[in-house]
Design a protein around this ligand. Structure first.
Ligand code: GTP
Length: 416
């Protein structure tokens, strides 16, 4: 077009807009196409007491019936149930991972109830870090199970937060994006709900619990998010039941006094939550998980492993240098341990040797003693033997002497 204008500057040129896209304006379309081909993944952690409505809310959010069995109230410890679902809406594929607490808040001693949740979140970070540190990485088909959002279900007591809730949220707030929800909000009156919400927010703020901060950089999203933040904690109601309201069928809960419409913003904050999770903030939740929470985990982990970016002299240290240093340190330690082991071994050998020598000497002494005793015995016996022999000789002599006169008499008689 420019060339044309240059060639015919005074021509009255009719401009045609292009039908397709050219140049780098196509970049976003490439991204969309690639994302559609690859599909999306989203990992949700639902923390809340047994039967508080976790499954129902997830079903309502994704407008599907994700099969799941009910949990019992008699688990001796808190556990986590992980389910992966493949969902499709028009040509968008979603790999949804839902992790739910089992037996949360059911034990008499709830002191360590939050630990399995913390351990699960850390384990997913650790798995990702291990993949990242591999020589041959395969992120293309790697199932990234890091938790993108934690929906924290608060009991609709209308009173205040439980200690367990505060403790759990405080222990995971630096590891995951927390969005607090008041579950089964249809069980609280409108005025009570407002007071309950402000009490919860006050408690969370005074305990320093960090909640997910809604997007602020995009103008439209920022506007939506400021109104959204004011609604926290979202008062939600879940239901897959179709109820007739006028001529329309809506999802809601039917009560003797009327119908609660799940998707009516005057009845509850379900629509707001769905908008946040699926329409406006899903990518931001994933981004924050990767660039903030995972980064913090990675930093802490590599630091404890001895990796650092700057040395003691404040000069940058490369990964290679740190590795070499660590390897040398490890080799030195191995050598030290080997030396220690050798010395210990030699010491023990010496100890054993002296013990054997002592035992040998003892045996020798015993043997000598016995030999001596035996020789003395033999000498005694020899003496007694010679004494006896002497006695026998003298006896024989005596006998011969006594027999001599008698033989003379008998000989004289024979002569006669
Ligand atoms: P577990 O997985 O067994 O811990 O239960 P859960 O937390 O997934 O609860 P679930 O969704 O199975 O709901 C338990 C019961 O609460 C069911 O009878 C639901 O119909 C009911 N329920 C769920 N959501 C709501 C709600 O918003 N309001 C009311 N009033 N009842 C609800």
């Amino acid at each position: 077009l420019k060339l044309f204008k240059f060639a015919f500057p005074n021509e009255n040129v009719r401009c045609l807009s292009t039908v397709g896209h050219f140049g780098f304006e196509c970049f976003p379309y490439q991204l969309v196409n690639r994302s559609l081909q690859r599909g999306f993944s989203f990992n949700i952690l639902c923390v809340g007491e047994t039967g508080i409505g976790k499954t129902t809310l997830i079903n309502t959010l994704f407008n599907t019936n994700l099969k799941d069995s009910k949990s019992s109230h008699f688990h001796s410890t808190v556990g986590l149930k992980v389910k992966i679902y493949e969902l499709q809406e028009s040509n968008v594929h979603l790999k949804l991972t839902v992790v739910k607490t089992v037996g949360f808040g059911d034990q008499i001693n709830k002191e360590a109830s939050y630990l399995p949740v913390v351990e699960y979140i850390d384990a997913q970070f650790e798995a990702y870090l291990q993949e990242e540190l591999k020589i041959k990485r395969s992120f293309f088909d790697y199932h990234d199970s890091r938790v993108h959002v934690c929906l924290y279900f608060i009991s609709p007591t209308g009173h205040s937060l439980k200690t367990l809730d505060l403790l759990t949220m405080k222990s995971i707030d630096s590891k995951v994006n927390i969005i607090p929800l008041i579950a089964k909000a249809d069980t609280i009156s409108k005025s009570d709900l407002q007071k309950f919400k402000s009490r919860i927010m006050h408690e969370l703020n005074s305990s320093g619990v960090q909640l997910y901060q809604f997007l602020e950089d995009d103008d439209a999203a920022a506007q939506a998010n400021t109104s959204t933040s004011g609604l926290l904690p979202f008062a939600v109601v879940g239901s897959m039941e179709e109820v007739k309201v006028g001529k329309r069928m809506v999802r809601g809960r039917h009560y003797p006094w009327g119908v609660l419409q799940v998707e009516n913003e005057n009845h509850c904050d379900f629509v707001k939550l769905r908008d946040v999770l699926l329409c406006t903030n899903m990518e931001d939740l994933k981004e924050k998980t990767h660039s903030y929470h995972y980064e913090c985990y990675r930093y802490r982990k590599l630091k404890t492993m001895g990796f650092t970016d700057v040395g003691p002299d404040n000069k940058p240290v490369s990964f290679q240098e740190t590795y070499e240093f660590k390897r040398q340190e490890f080799q030195d330690q191995c050598q030290r341990e080997e030396e220690e082991l050798k010395q210990k071994f030699m010491q023990r050998v010496k100890e054993k040797e002296t013990a054997f020598k002592d035992a040998e000497r003892e045996l020798q002494d015993k043997f000598e003693h016995l030999k001596k005793v035996q020789q003395e015995e033999i000498m005694k016996l020899e003496e007694e033997k010679s004494k006896l022999e002497e006695e026998i000789i003298s006896f024989c002599k005596m006998k011969a002497a006594s027999e001599a006169p008698y033989s003379q008499v008998t000989n004289m008689r024979k002569d006669r």
